[in-house]
Design a protein around this ligand. Structure first.
Ligand code: KIV
Length: 275
């Protein structure tokens, strides 16, 4: 029996559906994807939201941080994912420096994402400082997801990937930022690597959903980088990652068996060739 929850008749998840899920107490699932094949598998497995994260900079391009990826590269990844997603809501990160310089620039970047890639919503990192940019984007009809806590585009400001908002001052700031993002029109907020108790407080207070990564079980939804939960990134193992598969070993085994078969002249065999 197939484990796929996909059906041709299944309605598309929208930003509105995601907010309704919070109201109904239904947890939201989100995973990253950067290409057609992974997005197709996730969509067919029933994932609610596919995030074309700027973690593509690390995972796909091999950069140390998310900073180098460009808007054009993010648009390319998003186009691939949008082609595969028939049910899931597709959200794409606006990359570093594509929305911080001017509010008009932010709108132009979000507009390109929607017009050229067909994305359903964009995600921006930051609190109060980016509220004017968010308002401009939302006013133009483009839904925005916020992102607070550990915001990897600010890694050089933080100087560390440690848990954020562990002191009262930063925790209070985060709560203020969360309400400011809701007020600005965000339909959801990612909370990354903050204490579970703080995430629970923010989640309880907001009417829009929170989606946590390393933020405990009380968030309205959870997100992981797909390559981490699939076991394709073994060198990265913070405590918030649960590995659901060990694809690195599976792939490595398959590749070395293929390598050996070719070297030993046993691939292809007589059934794997044409007369
Ligand atoms: O870029 C990304 O993958 C993200 C998630 C970690 C939330 O922003």
């Amino acid at each position: 029996m197939s484990t796929s929850r996909y059906s041709e008749n299944k309605p598309r998840i929208t930003t509105r559906t995601v907010v309704e899920m919070k109201d109904k107490g239904e947890r939201i699932t989100m995973l990253t994807a950067y290409d057609f094949t992974m997005a197709r598998i996730m969509d067919q497995a029933g994932i609610d939201v596919i995030l074309v994260g700027d973690s593509a900079s690390n995972v796909m391009a091999g950069h140390e941080t998310t900073l180098p990826i460009t808007l054009d590269q993010m648009i390319y990844h998003t186009q691939c994912v949008v082609r595969a997603a028939r049910h899931a809501l597709v959200v794409a990160d606006l990359p570093f420096m594509s929305y911080q310089v001017t509010d008009t620039g932010a709108l132009e970047s979000a507009g390109r994402m929607m017009k050229e890639a067909g994305v359903h919503a964009v995600k921006l990192e930051g609190g109060k400082v980016i509220v004017p940019a968010i308002k401009k984007i939302v006013d133009a009809g483009i839904p925005v997801m916020g992102h607070l806590g550990l915001t990897p585009q600010s890694i050089y400001k933080f100087g560390t990937y440690k848990v954020r908002a562990t002191d009262n001052e930063e925790a209070d700031q985060l709560v203020e930022d969360a309400y400011a993002l809701q007020e600005a029109g965000c339909f959801a907020i990612v909370l990354e690597k903050i204490p579970a108790s703080l995430a629970a407080k923010v989640t309880k207070g907001l009417s829009i959903p929170t989606i946590g990564i390393g933020a405990g079980p009380s968030c309205d939804g959870q997100v992981l980088v797909a390559h981490d939960m699939l076991g394709l990134n073994k060198d990265f193992s913070p405590r918030f990652i649960r590995r659901y598969a060990d694809f690195e070993n599976l792939m490595s085994d398959a590749v070395s068996r293929y390598h050996n078969d070719v070297k030993n002249g046993v691939f292809p065999n007589e059934k794997e060739q044409y007369e």
